[in-house]
Ligand binder design. Structure first.
Ligand SMILES: [Ca+2]
Ligand SMILES: [Ca+2]
Length: 94
């Protein structure tokens, strides 16, 4: 696989690793999302200091309002994080 194909497959497998733990296997409930963020994005989570910030993040992600994070909602989040990282590195080069 190419680097990009590997990256896509990795994102899908990380989502599934957490979404399959409890309840709906295709969605992240709040505790699953929390574990995913803490384990997979520790640097980002260092900036999310308290529970209310995490609740706000979860609510912001939950486009369809079912209190769970489906893959599409997860991808929206990953896109935002990735674009922010890209902007950061763009400014680093200047
Ligand atoms: Ca689940
Ligand atoms: Ca949702």
């Amino acid at each position: 696989m190419t680097d990009l194909e590997t990256s896509i497959a990795t994102i899908i497998s990380v989502f599934q690793k957490y979404s399959e733990r409890e309840g709906d296997k295709h969605k992240l409930k709040k505790s699953e999302l929390k574990d995913l963020l803490h384990d997979e994005l520790p640097d980002l989570m260092a900036h999310v200091k308290d529970q209310s910030a995490l609740d706000n993040l979860m609510e912001g992600l939950d486009a369809d309002g079912d209190s769970e994070c489906n893959f599409q909602e997860f991808m929206t989040f990953i896109s935002v994080v990735t674009v922010c990282c890209h902007e950061f590195f763009e400014h680093e080069e200047e």
